[in-house]
Each structure stands twice: as structure tokens, then as C-alpha cells.
Design a protein around this ligand. Structure first.
Ligand code: DC
Length: 517
């Protein structure tokens, strides 16, 4: 007997009118192979029917009696976007001005809302759906696997509508759009039953200033993370496990339930924020930082770097390295930055680094993005996803934290998740011997006796080529993690292979299994 696959996630996507729920929901659903329903369509269908039959919105039993006469139909692409009334397609009619004007009156009737609950829940029951509305997370699907509340100021939402319709922002029509939105907001939030508000456990996204693609990426990232087992585990960098990026800018997701006051919430110095750029351009300053790092690297140990030519010149790349020393960022980054020429190397680093004098500057200029370890891991995952979606190069230490023994520890699954989702090429990198130069637990490096650090960069590969087809999500993550860490282990001396000694392919070790003299 074969086990049936686990049902896919149910996503509740709420927010005010024109917050982009439909566009975002449709795009996310399409990208991730989920169904989509905008529940506003249900209220609109019922309103259109009531108008046609001359039924007053307040006559709740009569409105409820109309419910069996409409149904939602698939538009052929997984969207329940067609409305059939008495079997005939009335999709256009439900978007008419008459319906616009009357729908709020229908939507505020408590018995009508209650009568529509069963329909909405039945649609969600098989799973695998993004359901958009006003009360999906709070009332309709309180147990949804992920709740997202999209928000934006009236000005922003009106501006989007005004641009879409090509109106003059100063004109009367634009003013009417703003006014309508205010009225609808008041009607949706002010009604007694199921008013518009974010669920306690919703991720609230304020999207002022963000483009559609950006919001879609963000929500898709949240869905993937929720579906693959809770919050994404962030890959770590520069010594410690990292968690969330802490940019108090637009789009920063926050749980609506107040979280315990995180430490180090001080805003970053503004000049540092300017220096941190999410682009693909290596600057003179990065080159300078890399050069200085190379000098320091040479001062600490005798260095050899092999395989720089294996780093792909184009497209999204994850360079995944072992992490056993505070010196690793130097050995992992300084020569790679040079080899990338005009492309920028991106990293995630704990936010505290940016408060160190001078070093904070080096981090900002060197392409490190601050992540806040006191908030949800999901934010680091989001940042990493954005870097890869833009086709940039990201350096990751999949173990998250430095190994106390110098040997590989179990990796977090963030790297596998990113690799599976982004389709980025993975470049394994082994930093041999850095643990002897600056072991974990030592305050300062030990350049004497002089040691050898041997950095070995392996062939790029795609996790899709190593994860067996039709593997379920959890198994895929495990397989991808093992493959990535196994490739790193193959490039490490046997004493440093640790938890992944068993993942080394026999064919890969010929002539390399040698501990340093
Ligand atoms: O999102 P929309 O404009 O198509 O929604 C039409 C109306 O339905 C609007 O007045 C809010 C209401 N609505 C609701 O009350 N609850 C929902 N889950 C979805 C929509």
C-alpha cells in the first residue's frame, strides 16, 4: 500500500481593498502550483444575484436562499475566477459598478456571512490553496498553515489604482478613487461581524514602496518556508547562526502579535545602510576590502586557493563552505571577490557585527547584509531568496555556527531549502586548516607556528540533479543537504569531514584523502 501525499498548505491572504491580494495571490499560487480563490467574488456573486432578483441585502433569509444558485468555476489555470449563476457565466457582471456599490451591504449581514462559511471551508478542505479576503485568517480558516496580511497606506493603494487606470493624479477621478478607498476601508473595518483585521498569528506585510514582484517573492518565500516545516532555518555567516534581517523598511514582515523586545534593536548607522547595497556591482571599495583581507589572510597562514575558475560567471550561485574559524570569512571571501571581477559577493551576517568600530564598515562595504538573530529566521531566508532570485552570488556557511572541533557539524536545512527553491548553482568550498589558525574559543588568531590553510573550490552542481525525482519535500531537503555537505566534505581533509564523512562519494576522494603534514 502506498501512502497518499500529505495535503498541501492552505494560505489565508487578507488585507484591505486594493492591497494587491489578488495579483499577489494569483502569482504566488501559479508559481507554487496552488489553487487560488478571491472570496470577494463570492460576495459579489451573491450581490449580483440579489440585485437581479430584487432582494434587499437586509432580507437575510432571502439572500441566503440565493446561495445555491451560483457556483465558482476554474478558469483553466487553477483560479476559481469564473462565476456561474444558474449555470451561465456571469463573471463580468460581478465586477460592475452596481455590484461595487451594493456589495458592502450584503457583506455586513451576519447570517449571510455565516451561511457562506461552509462553502469557503469546503473549497479549502483539500488543501493547496491561497484564499484571499478580509476575514480568512480570523474567521474562515483560523487553522490556515500560513496567514499573511497585506497592508499599504491609502495613498499607496490609491496611487496604484490611479496609475493602473492612467488617471491624472491631481484630477477629480483620482480624488474619487482615494475617497472610495477610504469609504471601503471604513466599511470593511467598521462592520460588527468579521471586521477587517490581521489575525494574531498573521505575518503582516506593509507594502508601501514595494513592487508587485517583490511582494510576490516575499509571500512565495513565506509559503515555501511554512510548507517545508515552519520557519526557514537561516544559513549562518561570520561565526554564528543568524536569524532575521532587521530593516525597519517597507516590506519587513512582522508577526502581528507583539514579540518580546529583541535585543540590539538600535537602528544601524545611516551611513552603513547606504554602504550596503543589494545590487550586483562590485565597487572599488569592495576590491580594497578584499585586498586588505588577503593581506591579513597571508599574515595569518600560508594560503593556497584552488578552483576559483569553478565559480560560474553568470546566474544565481550559492557558495557553500564549512565554518570552523573566525578567519573563515577572509579565506572564503577575499579571493572569491577578486575572481568574481565585476560581480558582487553577498553574505548574511549577524547584525551585531555592524556596531563594531571599523569592522562594521568593512562588513557593510564587503557585501554583508545584517540579519537580526532575535527575530524570526524567516527574514534571513527572505533576504537570501531575494539575492538569489536576482541572479547574484551568495556565500553561505550551512552549519550556521563555527564548529568547535574543526570538523563538519550537522548543517541547518536553510541552504537546501534555498537551493531547492532558487535553482541556484551550488559551489562547494572547503576551508582546510583555518581551525588551527584561529580555533573557536580563542580570542585572537595564532599565526605561529605558521600553518597552512588550503581553500578548495569544487565543481558547481544543481540540487535538482542529485535529489531523486518525486521525492517528498522533507526527503528532498535531507537529500539536498547531504549532497551539499558531502561535496564540501570531499574537499576537506579526513579529520575535518565530521558528520558528513559518510556522504563522501568514493570516486571523489582519489588522491585527496590526506591530512596535512
Ligand atoms: O475584494 P473585493 O472588492 O472583491 O470584495 C468585495 C466585497 O466583499 C467587499 O465589500 C468586502 C467583502 N468581502 C468580505 O467581507 N469578506 C471577504 N472574505 C471578502 C470580501
Amino acid at each position: 500500500m502506498t501512502a497518499s501525499p500529505a495535503p498541501r498548505i492552505v494560505v489565508a491572504l487578507d488585507g484591505p481593498a486594493s492591497s494587491g491580494k489578488s495579483s499577489v495571490g494569483i502569482a504566488v499560487a501559479q508559481r507554487l502550483g496552488l489553487r487560488f480563490l478571491d472570496t470577494g467574488l463570492i460576495y459579489r456573486a451573491l450581490t449580483a444575484l440579489a440585485l437581479r432578483e430584487g432582494v434587499a441585502p437586509e432580507d437575510q433569509p432571502a439572500v441566503i436562499a440565493l446561495i445555491p444558485r451560483f457556483e465558482l468555476a476554474d478558469d483553466g489555470s487553477g483560479r476559481l475566477a469564473r462565476v456561474l449563476v444558474d449555470g451561465a457565466d456571469e463573471t463580468d457582471a460581478v465586477r460592475s459598478h452596481e455590484v461595487d456599490a451594493a456589495v458592502s451591504a450584503v457583506a455586513r449581514q451576519p447570517d449571510v456571512r455565516a451561511a457562506l462559511l461552509g462553502l469557503q471551508r469546503r473549497i479549502a478542505a483539500p488543501g493547496g490553496i491561497v484564499m484571499a479576503g478580509r476575514d480568512i485568517g480570523t474567521v474562515v480558516l483560523p487553522a490556515a498553515g500560513l496567514k499573511v496580511y497585506l497592508d499599504a497606506s491609502v495613498g499607496e493603494r490609491a496611487g496604484r489604482r490611479i496609475r493602473e487606470r492612467g488617471l491624472d493624479p491631481q484630477g477629480d477621478e483620482a480624488a474619487a478613487v482615494r475617497e472610495q478607498l477610504r469609504t471601503r476601508d471604513a466599511a470593511d473595518s467598521g462592520r460588527a461581524v468579521a471586521p477587517l483585521r490581521a489575525a494574531e498569528d498573521a505575518v503582516v506585510l506593509r507594502t508601501d514602496g514595494m513592487g508587485l514582484d517583490e511582494v510576490v517573492d516575499l509571500v512565495a518565500g513565506l509559503v515555501v518556508a511554512a510548507e517545508t516545516g515552519g520557519a526557514a532555518t537561516a544559513p549562518g555567516v561570520a561565526g554564528e547562526p543568524v536569524a532575521g534581517a532587521n530593516r525597519p523598511a517597507a516590506g519587513t514582515p512582522s508577526r502581528s502579535r507583539p514579540s518580546p523586545a529583541p535585543a540590539a534593536r538600535e537602528p544601524l548607522p545611516r551611513v552603513l545602510e547606504v554602504a550596503m547595497r543589494l545590487d550586483n556591482q562590485q565597487t572599488m571599495l569592495v576590491r580594497m576590502v578584499a585586498r586588505i583581507a588577503q593581506w591579513i589572510g597571508h599574515a595569518l597562514a600560508a594560503i593556497s586557493i584552488e578552483g576559483l575558475e569553478n565559480i560560474p560567471r553568470r546566474g544565481a550561485v550559492i557558495i557553500a563552505a564549512n565554518h570552523a574559524s573566525n578567519a573563515d570569512p577572509i579565506y572564503a571571501g577575499a579571493w572569491v571577490s577578486d575572481a568574481l571581477r565585476t560581480r558582487r559577493l553577498h553574505w548574511l551576517g549577524k547584525r551585531e557585527l555592524f556596531f563594531w568600530p571599523v569592522f562594521g564598515w568593512i562588513c557593510a562595504l564587503g557585501g554583508i547584509h545584517p540579519v537580526d538573530r532575535s527575530s524570526a529566521d524567516i527574514e534571513a531566508y527572505r533576504l537570501a531568496s531575494r539575492i538569489l532570485e536576482r541572479g547574484y552570488v551568495l556565500m553561505i556557511f550551512p552549519e550556521g555556527t563555527r564548529s568547535p572541533t574543526g570538523a563538519l557539524q550537522e548543517a541547518k536545512d536553510g541552504v537546501a531549502q534555498l537551493a531547492l527553491r532558487s535553482g541556484a548553482q551550488i559551489v562547494p568550498m572547503a576551508i582546510n586548516g583555518s581551525d588551527l589558525v584561529w580555533p573557536k574559543g580563542r580570542r585572537f588568531p595564532a599565526p605561529f607556528p605558521r600553518r597552512r590553510v588550503r581553500v578548495r573550490i569544487g565543481q558547481p552542481f544543481l540540487v535538482a540533479d542529485v535529489v531523486p525525482p518525486a521525492t517528498d519535500r522533507r526527503a528532498a531537503k535531507t537529500a539536498a543537504t547531504t549532497a551539499i555537505m558531502g561535496r564540501i566534505a570531499e574537499l576537506l581533509e579526513p579529520r575535518q569531514r565530521g558528520a558528513y564523512a559518510g556522504a563522501v562519494r568514493a570516486s571523489a576522494t582519489e588522491g585527496t584523502a590526506r591530512d596535512p603534514a
